[in-house]
Design a protein around this ligand. Structure first.
Ligand SMILES: Cc1cc2nc3c(=O)[nH]c(=O)nc-3n(C[C@H](O)[C@H](O)[C@H](O)COP(=O)(O)OP(=O)(O)OC[C@H]3O[C@@H](n4cnc5c(N)ncnc54)[C@H](O)[C@@H]3O)c2cc1C
Length: 452
C-alpha cells in the first residue's frame, strides 16, 4: 500500500522536531503536526523561558554584590513586563527558527491538532493523511490536584505570561520546577513561600545536596514549609488568595503556583482507535526501541514518562529516525549517567549516583566533600556557600557520582559528566591539573574523604 508519508510525527516539540528533521534528512517523506507552538514545551513554556527568568532573577544579587567591588549604580528597580516582553520576542524568534529548520529539511508542517484515526491514518484540520509509521511525541501537561479552589492556582504554563510580578507567591510542590520558580519569584523580589508535602524537597537528589539547597534558599528568604499541604484556596473580596494548609495555617498570596507533576498529553489523540497500551501512570508503554503495542506507532519523549528532559527526548528522536531510515547508524539511547541541573539560585549540577543510591546498590563508598564561600563573594556581604561532592567506589576507585550546589553548577558538571562516561577513577581526577583560580578546580583537589 502506498502511504502519503513514511513517518507522521505528532508534536513539534524537542523529540518530534529532532525525529522529523533527521528522518527527512535520511530521505524519508515526513509530516509533523503541531497544535500549539513550534519547539514544544522546552522552547515555549519550559527550559528556555525558565532559564531567561532565572538569569533575570539573579540580577538582584548581582547589583547587591557589585557594591563590594566598588560599583554603585543607584537603587536598582525591576520591571517584570519588560522582561516578559523581551522573553516573548526571543521565543518568537526561536519559533521562526524551528519553522525554518523543519521546512528547510523538507518536512511537511501541518499546524493543527492531530487525531489518530487508525494505525496508519491521522487527521489534521479535517483532512486525513496516511503514514507507514506514526510517532507520538505529544509531551506532557501540568497537573494540579483536585482541591477546592484549584481554579485560582496557576502552573508554569501561565507563570511565563503573568502581566505583573505578584507581591506574594505561594509555590506548591517539591520537584525541580517548583524549586526553580521559588528562586525566580524570590529573586525578583516577591515574598515567596514554598510548601511541599514531603519532609524535604528534590526527592531522588543526593541528601547532602537537598539539605545544602534548603539552607541556602532559607538564607535567601524563601519560607520553606515541608510536611505541609494545601487543602483549599479561597479568593477574597480584594482578590487576595488564602491558601489553607493541612495544619490549619492560612497563607495569604497574590499568586498560588503549582508544580506538582505532569501528565502525558493524550487529549483527543485517538489512541482508542489503536492497540497502544498505557502504563500504570498513564504514560504510553514502549519497548526499548520506542515501539508501542501497535506495530506502526512509536512514542518518545515526555509522553512515555521515562526521563522527561529535552536532551533525552532529542536522543530518542534521533534513535527512532536512525532505526527506521538509517539502520546502519542506529545506536540505542544510553540512559546511564545522564547529567542534569536544577536552575535554582544557587544552581545544582549532578551526574551519577547519589550517596544513598550508591550504598543501596552495595558499593562501599568513599565520600569527598568541600563546602566553601566562592571567591567572587569574598568582597561582598553574601554568605552563600558552595557544595561539591564526589562519591567514589572504595574498591575500584571509580567515581560513581558528582554533585554540586553553587554558581554555574550545570556548566561545570556537564564537563565532568564526560569523564564519568569515560569511566574516570578518583586517581584520574587527582592527576588532573586544576584551573586556578576557579571553583571547579576543587573537584580535582579533594584529597581526604569525609567521615562516613
Ligand atoms: C517549566 C519547565 C521547565 C523545564 N526545564 C527543563 C530544563 O531546564 N532542562 C530540560 O532538559 N528539560 C526541561 N523541561 C522538560 C522539557 O521541556 C521536556 O522534557 C521536553 O520538552 C519534552 O519534549 P517532548 O518532545 O517529549 O514534548 P514537548 O516539548 O512537550 O512537545 C510536545 C508538542 O506536541 C504538541 N501536541 C500535543 N498534542 C498534540 C496533538 N494531538 N496534535 C498536534 N500537536 C500536539 C504540543 O503542543 C507540543 O508542542 C522543563 C519542563 C517544564 C514544564
Amino acid at each position: 500500500m502506498a502511504f502519503d508519508f513514511d513517518l507522521f510525527v505528532i508534536g513539534a516539540g524537542s523529540g518530534g522536531v529532532r525525529a522529523a528533521r533527521f528522518a527527512a534528512g535520511f530521505g524519508a517523506r515526513v509530516a509533523v503536526a503541531e497544535s500549539r507552538y513550534l519547539g514544544g514545551t522546552c522552547v515555549n513554556v519550559g527550559c528556555v523561558p525558565k532559564k531567561l527568568l532565572v538569569y533575570g532573577a539573579h540580577y538582584s544579587e548581582d547589583f547587591e554584590q557589585a557594591r563590594g567591588f566598588g560599583w554603585n549604580a543607584g537603587e536598582p528597580s525591576f520591571d517584570w513586563p519588560t522582561l516578559i516582553a523581551n522573553k516573548n520576542r526571543e521565543i518568537e524568534r526561536l519559533n521562526g527558527i524551528y519553522r525554518n529548520l523543519l521546512v528547510n529539511s523538507g518536512v511537511t508542517l501541518l499546524e493543527g491538532h492531530a487525531r489518530i484515526l487508525d494505525p496508519h491514518k491521522v487527521e489534521v484540520n479535517g483532512k486525513a493523511y496516511s503514514a507507514a509509521n506514526i510517532l507520538v511525541a505529544t509531551g506532557g501537561w501540568p497537573q494540579v490536584p483536585d482541591i477546592p479552589g484549584k481554579e485560582h492556582a496557576i502552573t508554569s504554563n501561565e507563570a511565563f505570561f503573568l502581566k505583573q510580578l505578584p507581591r506574594r507567591v505561594l509555590v506548591v510542590g517539591g520537584g525541580y520546577i517548583a524549586v526553580e520558580f521559588a528562586s525566580i519569584f524570590n529573586g525578583m523580589g516577591a515574598q515567596t513561600t514554598q510548601v511541599y508535602r514531603g519532609p524535604l524537597f528534590l526527592r531522588g537528589f543526593d541528601q547532602g545536596v537537598r539539605e545544602h539547597l534548603r539552607d541556602e534558599l532559607t538564607k535567601k528568604g524563601i519560607d520553606l514549609r515541608f510536611n505541609s499541604e494545601v487543602t483549599r484556596i479561597d479568593k477574597q473580596a480584594d482578590g487576595t488568595l488564602a491558601a489553607t494548609l493541612k495544619d490549619g495555617a492560612v497563607i495569604q498570596a497574590d499568586c498560588v503556583f503549582y508544580a506538582t507533576g505532569r501528565r502525558p498529553m493524550l487529549d483527543n489523540l485517538g489512541l482508542e482507535n489503536t492497540a497502544v497500551k498505557l502504563g500504570k501512570d498513564g504514560f504510553i508503554e514502549v519497548d526499548d526501541e520506542y515501539r508501542t503495542a501497535e506495530p506502526s506507532i512509536l512514542a518518545i519523549g515526555d509522553v512515555i514518562g521515562r526521563v522527561p528532559l529535552t536532551p533525552v527526548a532529542l536522543a530518542e528522536g534521533m534513535a527512532v529516525a536512525r532505526r527506521l531510515f538509517r539502520p546502519e547508524e542506529y545506536r540505542k539511547v544510553d540512559y546511564q549517567l545522564i547529567p542534569t541541573a536544577v536552575f535554582s539560585l544557587p544552581n545544582i549540577g549532578t551526574v551519577g549516583m547519589t550517596t544513598e543510591e550508591a550504598r543501596a546498590a552495595g558499593h562501599e563508598v568513599k565520600l569527598y566533600e568541600s563546602r566553601f564561600r566562592p571567591m567572587k563573594l569574598t568582597l561582598t556581604e553574601s554568605q552563600e556557600r558552595t557544595l561539591m561532592k564526589l562519591i567514589v567506589d572504595a574498591k575500584t576507585d571509580r567515581v560513581l557520582g558528582v554533585h554540586m550546589v553553587g554558581p554555574d553548577a550545570g556548566e561545570i558538571v556537564q564537563g565532568i559528566a564526560i569523564a564519568l562516561k569515560a569511566g574516570a577513577t578518583k586517581q584520574v581526577f587527582d592527576e588532573t591539573i586544576g584551573i586556578h583560580p576557579t571553583a571547579a578546580e576543587e573537584f580535582v583537589t579533594l584529597r581526604t574523604p569525609v567521615a562516613q
